[in-house]
Design a binder for this molecule. Structure first.
Ligand SMILES: Nc1ncnc2c1ncn2[C@@H]1O[C@H](COP(=O)(O)OP(=O)(O)OP(=O)(O)O)[C@@H](O)[C@H]1O
Ligand SMILES: [Mg+2]
Length: 375
């Protein structure tokens, strides 16, 4: 864990960081976002001691980094910046292995590692290892920058707007690859961006900064759904949640008052209720609102004996859903199995609501209409 305790930074009478207190979990991607000049780079550079706090301290795994040997500290931290910082007169291989060479890693071991890392970032070793940086595209150079940061296998990787100079397609590919690499290598990645879309896509936690202060530090979903103040909502962008439909849950759009009946009532009463409520099916629940099944008017019509009880002819539907499910998953299910309604049941079997295909489609298409109106 990386811990910022009461960190302040003053540059020439200018307070650029105020009382930063923050805990960054291991094995995750944390993204710092915020407007230009808010202090993201300054915060990042304190972790590898490129910048010294005016007051306060930073602990890595409980140890105060200001007390650590600088070389040892930096050996455990990879660093990737926007301008890649590759040496133009060195080949790709030489650039990647530089630090390992200084640390006297053997030639064979280095070579194996370079191969492995180029593969990890999607570059062919035979094609690229002996080229010079200027013979690579910007995106390829940035991949090399990432490979280099991983060379001596540090636990922590700092990345300062590494993708911001890339075209949107390359950028999106590298974001995907970064997520993969993080999952495979279990590194702690701290990433600076001023792009909220990028943050939402890659982050486990987002730290939003404004004028040297942390405004909100949360997982992407919470930030989208519960921005803490106007600054965050403006920064996130209103309706942003709708451009990330994977964060919209069944509970956000379900109808919470479905029309229900008890299993013991007669079919007569059941029909009366359907007529009164103008519906052609009812959800059946027990006295504790535990879901039992569904009854439809067409099933009742086939049954000559209307003195029978609901429980005699109700059925248990093949598909139900739960409040935490993403509506994208539900939409897939609804389309694949041609379902028109889905009871929403929590983990204790209690009926929480109902989702209809039309409400799903309306929810998604409304947003589509909104975005057209906006233009
Ligand atoms: N070496 C320095 N001397 C004086 N002021 C500095 C120095 N480095 C940064 N600052 C100031 O500190 C503030 C925070 O800078 P920082 O580079 O951390 O911002 P940032 O959030 O990374 O911005 P950007 O998105 O533009 O990269 C800015 O107001 C900047 O002008
Ligand atoms: Mg910066």
């Amino acid at each position: 864990m990386i811990e910022f305790i009461d960190i302040n930074k003053i540059f020439k009478n200018n307070i650029v960081l105020h009382d930063i207190n923050l805990k960054i979990e291991d094995n995750s991607i944390t993204v710092f976002v915020g407007p230009s000049g808010c202090g993201k780079t300054t915060t990042l550079k304190m972790i590898n001691r490129l910048i010294k706090p005016t007051s306060g301290k930073i602990l890595i795994n409980g140890e105060d980094i200001s007390q650590q040997n600088l070389i040892k500290l930096r050996r455990g931290i990879g660093y990737v910046i926007q301008q890649t910082g590759l040496f133009p007169h060195m080949t790709i291989r030489e650039n990647i292995e530089l630090v390992a060479k200084l640390q006297k890693m053997s030639h064979t071991e280095r070579d194996l590692r370079v191969k492995e890392l180029l593969e990890m970032v999607g570059l062919d070793y035979d094609t690229y290892a002996n080229r010079y940086p200027k013979q690579l595209s910007g995106g390829q150079q940035q991949r090399v920058g990432i490979a280099r940061a991983f060379m001596i296998n540090p636990d922590i990787i700092l990345m300062d707007e590494p993708f911001s100079a890339l075209d949107p397609i390359t950028r999106s590919q590298l974001q995907d690859e970064l997520i993969n690499i993080q999952t495979q290598t279990n590194k702690t990645i701290i990433f600076v961006s001023h792009d909220m879309d990028e943050a939402i896509k890659i982050a486990d936690k987002i730290c939003i900064m404004e004028k040297g202060k942390i405004v909100q530090y949360d997982d992407p979903e919470t930030i989208l759904k519960n921005p803490i103040n106007d600054f965050v909502s403006n920064f996130v962008g209103t309706n942003r949640i709708w451009s990330s439909p994977e964060y919209i849950k069944v509970q956000d759009i379900m109808e919470t008052d479905p029309i229900t009946c008890f299993p013991e009532i007669s079919l007569f009463k059941c029909i009366r209720k359907m007529k009164h409520e103008r519906v052609d099916s009812l959800l059946v629940v027990d006295k504790k609102n535990k879901f039992q099944g569904v009854i439809k008017i067409k099933n009742i019509q086939k049954e000559p004996d209307h003195y029978k009880q609901v429980k005699d002819i109700m059925y248990v539907p093949e598909y139900t859903t739960s409040p935490e499910k993403s509506i994208l998953d539900v939409l897939k299910e609804v389309n694949n199995h041609n379902i028109s309604t889905l009871p929403v049941i929590d983990q204790d079997g209690i009926l929480q609501g109902i989702i209809t295909k039309s409400s799903l489609v309306t929810t998604l298409s409304q947003q589509f209409d909104f975005s057209i109106d906006d233009e």
